[in-house]
Design a protein around this ligand. Sequence first.
Ligand SMILES: *Cc1c(COP(=O)(O)O)cnc(C)c1O
Length: 414
Amino acid sequence: MATINKNFRKLSAGYLFPEIARRAKAYQEAHPDAKLHRLGIGNTTEALPKAVLDGLHVKVDRLGDAKTYTGYGDEQGDTPLREALSGYYRDLGVEIAPDEFFVSDGAKADAANIQSIFGSDNVVAIQDPAYPVYVDSNVVSGRTGHFDRNRGEYEGFVYLAGTEENGFFPEPPQEKVDLIYLCSPNNPTGAVATHEQLQAFVDYARKNKAVIIFDAAYAEYISDDSLPRTIFEIPGARECAIEINSFSKFAGFTGVRLGWTIVPKELVAEDSEPGELHKMWFRRQVTFFNGASNIAQAGGIAVLSTDGLVQSRQIIAYYMENARIIREGLRSVGLTVFGGDNAPYLWVKTPNGMGSWEFFDQLLTQCQVIATPGSGFGAAGERYIRVSAFGHRENIVEAVDLIKKNLVISKENN
Ligand SMILES: *Cc1c(COP(=O)(O)O)cnc(C)c1O
């Protein structure tokens, strides 16, 4: 008799995006002529640049000739790609050996799977609000109790709240935890940790033999050179941190699928030797994963070429100009806006202490604009909405103009 993994029943209903779709559909049905504008999506929209397309095309053609055809590739990912990644980090001032990279088909799966090399009794600390995969993967693997609907939190997690007071990047926990998930630049708040803030986490982790799982998927959106683009810029991080990253937002590979995870050889847990966690992730990947598409990997090499980087960064600059247009537009109507300067997300405070969903409804009905309720990313996201800078310029401008023209913010208590 098969039984189920009952931890799945603990998952709080993943109702954020289906609920957004439901409300948008209901509005559209009631107002068939209305044109809805989506500022909610975390998905890239602009075409791949030429240098990257060329890299993809060449690989496809090579697969069409037995003399250049290749099947399964190197276990940790194509060696030229891992060497190019090592060069990319060297340009950031950080030495990572090619065999410390594990090429993946995207960061989300690695973010979900990485917990499997740690003990099931580890105490997990999570930024709040957060990208949902860190929470859900640890719930499903049994590291939490039940979801408390009133508090909007799982029993057993240590939540590190990002608030206006701490600039949406928390301090390390007071209590002892074992795994710490950090995302900088942050989805959803757009906040970026400083060197000092990351150093505090690295110091904490080394003192407590904790491991930091650092999601740097938006590192390329940092324009302020004083901010760290990888946790390995922080002294001591090689002993206590794993970095997960992706070509998705970096180079528009959300559909192409390619990412990487760095597990340094020095990384240790309380009961492991240096090198052991690296070997365990290797073992995990070679038995449970068969590598990213070789076409995607050729595209990744093209992204990291001189032309590929220039052209991919032009597209990032386009999205960041969208972010600037949104920020200025929303501020001009009196909204308080955070983020959007080193990340493609803006974290907007709801007016008059309104709930996230209430403000979502107001934007939908008054302006025909769809944003993402902050409460969907965790309890600390209540009273915020996330606005995404991904989108075609004309749609962004139209949406911002509708907000400027039609949003009515009552002056009381604001
Ligand atoms: C989009 C995103 C990723 C990338 O996921 P992929 O699986 O590589 O597409 C990772 N982390 C965060 C926080 C993201 O928003």
